[in-house]
Ligand binder design. Sequence first.
Ligand code: WTA
Length: 656
Amino acid sequence: MSSQIDHLLTETRRFAPPSSFAAAAVGTAELYERAAADRVGFWSDQARELLHWHTPFTETLDWSNPPFAKWFADGELNVAYNCLDRHVEAGAGDRVALLWEGENGDERRITYAELTAEVKRVANVLEGLGVGQGDRVAIYLPMIPEAIASMLAIARIGAIHSVVFGGFSADSLRSRIDDAGAKVVITADGGYRKGKVSSLKPAVDQALADRNGSGVQDTVDHVLVVRRGGNDVAWTEGRDLWWHDVVPAASDHHEAQAFPAENPLFILYTSGTTGKPKGIMHTSGGYLTQAMFTNKVVHDIHPETDVFWCTADIGWITGHSYVTYGPLANGATQVLYEGTPDTPHPGRWWEIIQKYGVSIFYTAPTAIRSFMKLGREIPQKFDLSSIRLLGSVGEPINPEAWMWYRKVIGGKAAPIVDTWWQTETGAIMISALPGVTETKPGSAQVAIPGVSIEVVDDDGVHVGNGNGGLLVVTEPWPSMLRGIWGDPDRFVETYWEKFSAQNYYFAGDGARLDDDGDVWLLGRVDDVMNVSGHRLSTAEIESALVGNEAVAEAAVVGASDETTGQAVAAFVIIKQSYLAAHSPDGLAQSLRAWVGEQIGPIARPRDVYIVEELPKTRSGKIMRRLLRDVAEGREVGDTTTLADTAVMSVISAQVR
Ligand code: WTA
């Protein structure tokens, strides 16, 4: 890490926005002044100016019971109305909302009027199935327009969605359905991935299979199934419904009811430091205000002329805030792409940008690095001149990748916004404003207007410019998580206990302030890994590994990886009986596959090292830092706190 910091500190390049960009930018320097003068008043203005309120709020922020915040609490709104109906009523019904491209080349252009009608039909169907305010609906879908329509229909009726990434296993889906107590699951037969149909419905069937004796009550009454892959699926009469049978037949009249600003909008599960994923809960008014505001001023959305493309899947928070809610609340036109970046050819993304004239492109550093590896010849075959702004999210972007992004994709002119935020923060927290900030390759730079962040030491004391420490948010913000579903204690412990004296939100990231006070993110300081921009917990993968009958003990670390940022490296102790009967290579292969089945392919370890012992302190805590040294091929650090100091040389020898 220290060589990385030194390297970052020598970065002195600066890029001012092109003057034509600055002149037309939505986000201006005045926003910082307004927010600095009256932070709470600033958000109150944003909420009023940006959203339609059925009942206006009179109180902006209630922070009388920290860390439980309420924003705009006596106001009432309908989130879907704000994303759809109001644009149609304002005369923008013919504007394209979604430019959908299937991986297999299918295309659909859906206007705001059409999407509004579809969402009304789905809302009627869900109400017909008995779904109402506060009920949970799970979504397990590919990136197809029905995924967006489902989220908005659930929001429209005041229910709560829980989107589960389509790459998660039946087990992961099951634990999320159970934790939320979902009443309905919306899925598809399958979707296109890497040139073939990848099925989804069988995982839902497996997740909902016979729970007799499991002690878990089955809450799911219905499964609504979109036909996309055309693959054969099993059918449970009475429970399963085809989307194409019920949605087109439903009425497209549906009046949007008003719900309180603090009505829960969604639960989204994310990895923490323990084995059990946390259901991060977001509510309506504050979330939508900040998602829309940041999309507008950070992504510089001009809805009449821009074509926006955020490449995130709706299974992640980036897909929630910058595919579904932010762009649609802004009335933007956006690209939605079903498949993988390299199917059927490695230039697919650039081809899509050329085809649709994408002007604002938002993706993750891991994708940029993998394109860098393939070479600039591939993007250079396409006309990318429509691009005027680039964004990055999910992990620190190294200056080399930043420069490549600027030169090869941005034509040496488009500003780059490196946006730091989390599932928990709901929306962007740290980022340049592209028409205002002089950008620095590798730094996320400054808090957005209305957000207060600091870098502090372990005691919560500000470290000051030129120093490193822990990133905290010092004041409540509108799109902050309101809790962990079903576990208020864990919410307080995880994020607020560390700096309870100051009421600071502890993000779990290390950061450094440069001499200008700009923020450089340095990665997680806890046992959360970041693989290709996806959060994975070491504990969750360890618990999957020890769930395999061959494994006696396991320790997992995130090892740095040139393309994916970090990669999962697992150290496992195999039971004697299995060691005798199987080859180490065979065991390692089958354990990689096992983790893929248990959690999902994204969690599959890059390396499985079979070892005889693990490095532990006298109190029995595994010293992951030392394992990381081994996995990254470094000399092993200080081992003096180990119970048995010889153990690391044994492990190093075995790994080699
Ligand atoms: C990391 C994704 C550096 C960080 C929106 C954070 C980043 C975690 C950046 C949240 C960035 C996200 N620079 N690190 N621009 N953006 N991170 O919940 O470690 O999937 O805590 O939200 O990603 O991941 P999550």
